[in-house]
Design a protein around this ligand. Structure first.
Ligand code: XMP
Length: 317
């Protein structure tokens, strides 16, 4: 019988007791968990919480700026660090999915480490770890797990020697959302679909280039905005677009085209462990497909993924 108000009161007192007047650094991802953790800690220790939000260049279209604005609007002490060029540079030529993940994890740690060095006297590292992350400690999912799997690469970065605070570590996802609502975080932010840490990199099959990222951001934007305007967004657990490493033939006027194929994916799930593809209305798929092909230069074909998990995974990589 979970009561969000009582939880907030208790955990705020506990955090104040534990942290005192020390400084805390926290990496924001734009997701629900890190956001709720930040707002909770901000309530407990105010300006002693320093948030860092890194743009890895693989976020959704406009996401970095709009989420950064929302964070500032919530009164968080947040620094946006645009490291897109560096991430895309390091990813150039890499096609293997696990190498993409490792590269992103490593660069994230380097960026976060040098940013946290700029803050003086930080004693704690806060993380948005929730209960399923705690039990699923062997999992490779999520920024905190990504960090853990890099423990042995060239010694521990300094920020990882900090003391850890994890205010949400006893909570399930729905409880985190309820706490977020109690704290006044907007329903739009709390209802956001899950989005993988490596972002669009694992939805671009094959190697990653700035042009491919741009194409996929446009396609994804049309799909996600379409879901919202047609009242479908909240009926779907997660959705996104995938840029396939094949070209297909098409016609445009009386010209033959030879351009990229994108796949759309929308799934229903409760925890991501299993998932069913969503029977989106044909009418909707038709509108979205037309809009994508008409508006996004370089794409001439759209397909819809009708595979469930298992055996298919939600992501294609
Ligand atoms: P799969 O593709 O394994 O995805 O069915 C299940 C859920 O996990 C997310 N996912 C990731 N999240 N880092 C993350 O933070 C990752 O490397 C990663 N891979 C998959 C995926 O988006 C889905 O919600």
């Amino acid at each position: 019988n979970f009561t969000p108000n009582a939880f907030v009161e208790e955990i705020v007192a506990e955090m104040q007791e534990k942290i005192g007047n020390d400084k805390v650094v926290l990496g924001l991802s734009g997701g629900v968990d890190s956001t709720v953790a930040a707002v909770l800690l901000h309530k407990a220790i105010g300006k002693n919480l320093y948030c860092i939000f890194v743009n890895n260049g693989l976020l959704r279209k406009n996401e970095f700026d709009s989420v950064l604005e929302q964070y500032k609007g919530m009164g968080l002490n947040v620094k946006g660090v645009d490291a897109s060029a560096r991430f895309l540079d390091e990813l150039a030529g890499i096609s293997d999915p696990e190498t993409k993940r490792k590269t992103i994890g490593r660069v994230f740690i380097e960026v976060f480490d040098s940013e946290s060095h700029l803050l003086e006297g930080v004693k704690f590292l806060a993380q948005g770890t929730i209960y399923p992350d705690v039990i699923e400690s062997v999992s490779v999912k999520g920024p905190s797990a990504t960090i853990k799997s890099h423990h042995n690469v060239g010694g521990l970065p300094d920020f990882m020697k900090l003391k850890i605070v994890e205010p949400l570590r006893m909570l399930f996802k729905d409880e985190v959302r309820r706490v977020g609502a109690t704290l006044g975080i907007s329903p739009a932010l709390l209802g956001r679909h899950p989005f993988p840490g490596p972002g669009l990199s694992i939805r671009i099959l094959g190697d990653i280039t700035p042009e491919k990222v741009r194409i996929l951001q446009e396609v994804d934007y049309i799909f996600i905005e379409g879901l919202k305007t047609h009242g479908l967004y909240d009926k779907v657990w997660q959705a996104g677009a995938i840029l396939l490493p094949v070209n297909s033939v098409g016609v445009m006027g009386d010209e033959r085209t030879y351009e990229k194929v994108v796949a759309l994916r929308a799934v229903e799930s409760t925890d991501g462990m299993t998932a069913d593809w969503v029977h989106l209305p044909y009418e909707f798929l038709m509108l979205i497909s037309n809009e994508i092909i008409n508006k996004v230069k370089g794409v001439n074909r759209v397909v819809y993924d009708i595979s469930s998990k298992p055996p298919a995974t939600i992501e294609w990589e």
